[in-house]
Design a protein around this ligand. Structure first.
Ligand SMILES: Cc1cc2nc3c(=O)[nH]c(=O)nc-3n(C[C@H](O)[C@H](O)[C@H](O)COP(=O)(O)O)c2cc1C
Length: 358
């Protein structure tokens, strides 16, 4: 089933393979997309759906060096060659909206930006900066209740900008310890207002962003990524985590979002998900379900055949194999990813992975 077309909202994917979002830090230091990004994504357009690297929805969300944004007219223009390259090659592309929240350093961010989170607790890990190498993360400002509404609006504007730049939709990054998960996670979110203190309150920020972006660009153009039990960026499981995420999935399903994309980082050393949680989340959501994490052709195919997933996402294999679809079809060996060039500027380890020679 991997190579069968799939209808996702108002668009049709050529196959059921998804390129998982991967931060590659090839934008300018001002967070503007570059020409080599059009080459990179265009090379991978035979994948049914490309989800871009995390894209900052606002200056406050641009906490990593050289990640692209979608909050200025210059950025919108610079994304157009990227979406054009993918569309001209027959592909589809969603922008992943990633607000880094407390996973940020001010040196990486535009002048006047602030590091924000649900609580005034710094990320316990360093953040890489181009100016001084790894540095302690900038301590965040805990958003006030009224400030939260402005951040929801930042996501709405970024989603509208994504459509203006030619994207087929957006994925809300509510996983991996970035801002939205900083509200979901009870280990960090100790708020006592409407955005903390109960599962429903911790879910409120994610649901408000989902509802507002869906209203702005259409629910069928808004997907979301979740990582319950994820440990990245100082998160980790908490009491009631499964029940909270199931409630969240039901709420997202009621909004009829385009898809729910589940992260499973067990293959990268993260705690394994409870065995029934993926299927419970899929049922609770009730719409298109994307599985990801450590997949190969055989395991991806079996997830589709068993009905455990509707689409299957590949991260590192897509990074290292521009012709991933052709290789999966032929059972050809895959290029290995080069970790040393994951986040470095320039074309090396980015646009120069070889394709199969005919
Ligand atoms: C270099 C790199 C960058 C990543 N950046 C992101 C990101 O920006 N957003 C995100 O949701 N996940 C990110 N991930 C996680 C991947 O989307 C994916 O979940 C992970 O690589 C596991 O899938 P795989 O085993 O197929 O590689 C990144 C992974 C890698 C290797």
């Amino acid at each position: 089933m991997l190579f069968e077309p799939f209808t996702l909202g108002r668009t049709t994917l050529g196959n059921r393979v998804v390129m998982a979002p991967m931060t590659r830090n090839r934008a300018t230091s001002d967070h503007v997309p570059t020409d080599i990004m059009a080459t990179y994504y265009g090379q991978r357009a035979s994948i049914g759906l490309i989800i871009t690297e995390g894209v900052a929805p606002s200056a406050d969300g641009a906490g990593y060096a050289r990640i692209p944004g979608l909050y200025t007219a210059t950025q919108v223009e610079a994304w157009k060659p990227v979406t054009k390259a993918v569309h001209e090659a027959g592909g589809r592309i969603f922008a992943q909206l990633m607000h880094t929240g407390r996973a940020s350093h001010l040196d990486n961010m535009p002048a006047g930006a602030r590091v924000i989170s649900s609580a005034a607790v710094p990320l316990p890990e360093p953040i890489y900066t181009d100016s001084q190498g790894p540095q302690p993360a900038t301590p965040p400002h805990a958003l006030t209740t009224t400030e939260v509404a402005a951040v929801v609006q930042d996501f709405v504007l970024a989603a509208q900008n994504a459509i203006a730049a030619g994207f087929d939709g957006v994925e809300l990054h509510a996983a991996n310890g970035y801002l939205i998960e900083q509200f979901l996670n009870a280990n960090l979110n100790t708020r006592t207002d409407a955005y903390g203190g109960s599962a429903a309150n911790r879910n409120r920020f994610a649901l408000e962003i989902a509802e507002a972006t869906a209203r702005a660009i259409g629910a069928d153009r808004v997907g979301i990524r979740l990582s319950p039990h994820g440990a990245f960026n100082g998160m980790g499981a908490f009491e009631g985590v499964d029940e909270q995420f199931l409630e969240l999935a039901r709420g997202l399903g009621a909004l009829q979002l385009a898809y729910l994309h589940l992260v499973n980082h067990a293959s990268m050393g993260a705690p394994a998900l409870p065995v029934n949680l993926p299927s419970e989340l899929k049922t609770a959501f009730g719409g298109v379900f994307i599985a990801s994490g450590g997949l190969d052709g055989a395991s991806a195919e079996s997830l589709l055949v068993s009905g455990a997933a509707d689409l299957v996402a590949f991260g590192r294999p897509a990074l290292a194999n521009p012709d991933l679809i052709e290789r999966l079809q032929n059972g050809a060996p895959l290029n290995a990813p080069d970790f040393a060039t994951f986040y470095t500027p320039g074309e090396a380890g980015y646009t120069d992975y070889p394709v199969l020679v005919a």
